[in-house]
Design a protein. Structure first.
Length: 270
């Protein structure tokens, strides 16, 4: 399996609910926003043999020759696509919107899947995201923030669940190391304070907090020094510890077993 690396700026908005107008309510499992694209995902945890049917569009599960109908998730994706493009129009932004239907269960058999749609088992899904991550950035910093705020504001129950958990991606498939904020290549440590990108040669004097921040977003909402050492590929417990202390995180537990969580706005509101 190839490694997946998300751009440094990615926003994952889970359970996005909004009302487009009186009769249209939109509900999106997970929306991924980067400067290059929006990905709308629908995750269907249904096991057994599933068959796509047309006219009318249905997804049916076959159990003992009996058909159990479900609303077609592809129709839902299309409705959501429409909803999201209306939001983009409202804020006057143009960004490619992609869709994916993901089946997390290994025990699902799919029949008659339309060829022109993005339908994945969870194992293939990281490769698809990796392909999208190669798209060129379209939004400026300012536009990205604007859209993030717009989407977060309409989402009433905004909870942070790491991306790997939501999309059932194995964190071991993500690229490890301390990574460059510009090109996501691995940074090499030149001296105590200086790191240099192995690809674009950018100098970074404080890359660790940013890379730890990414772990919260992508991998775990509660992390330990050991987690950071593992994912950032840093041997020094002290280096990690030092960065964690400076990050204004919530700390629980003692010494080596300390666990850190992000002190989020929503947790202080509770
Ligand atoms: Zn670089």
């Amino acid at each position: 399996m190839e490694e997946v690396r998300f751009p440094q700026q990615v926003n994952i908005i889970p359970d996005l609910h909004f009302r487009l107008h009186d009769k249209r309510h939109i509900q999106i499992d997970t929306l991924i926003l980067t400067k290059s694209y929006i990905l709308i995902t629908e995750i269907k945890n249904i096991t057994g043999t599933l068959r796509f049917k047309e006219f009318p569009n249905k997804l049916v599960r076959i159990v003992d020759q009996e058909e159990e109908p479900f609303d077609c998730p592809l129709i839902q994706l299309d409705r959501n696509y429409d909803g999201v493009s209306k939001i983009l129009t409202k804020v006057n932004l143009n960004l490619p919107i992609h869709q994916a239907l993901v089946f997390p269960s290994q025990n699902t058999l799919i029949e008659n899947a339309p060829r022109n749609r993005n339908i994945f088992f969870v194992k293939q899904f990281p490769l698809f995201i990796q392909k999208l991550n190669k798209l060129p950035p379209v939004l400026t910093e300012k536009q990205f923030t604007l859209l993030t705020n717009k989407l977060s504001n309409i989402n009433n129950n905004f909870t942070q669940k790491p991306l790997c958990e939501r999309l059932k991606i194995n964190p071991e498939h993500l690229k490890k190391g301390v990574l460059c904020k510009h090109c996501d290549a691995t940074l090499l440590r030149k001296s105590l304070r200086t790191w240099i990108c192995s690809a674009c040669k950018t100098i970074d004097t404080n890359p660790i907090p940013r890379n730890i921040h990414d772990l919260f977003l992508l991998i775990k909402s509660i992390i330990t020094v050991k987690d950071c050492m593992h994912y950032l590929q840093i041997n020094s417990r002290y280096t990690i510890y030092n960065s964690l202390q400076k990050m204004q995180l919530e700390k629980n537990g003692h010494k080596k077993s300390s666990q850190y969580t992000k002190a989020t706005k929503s947790s202080t509101l509770k």
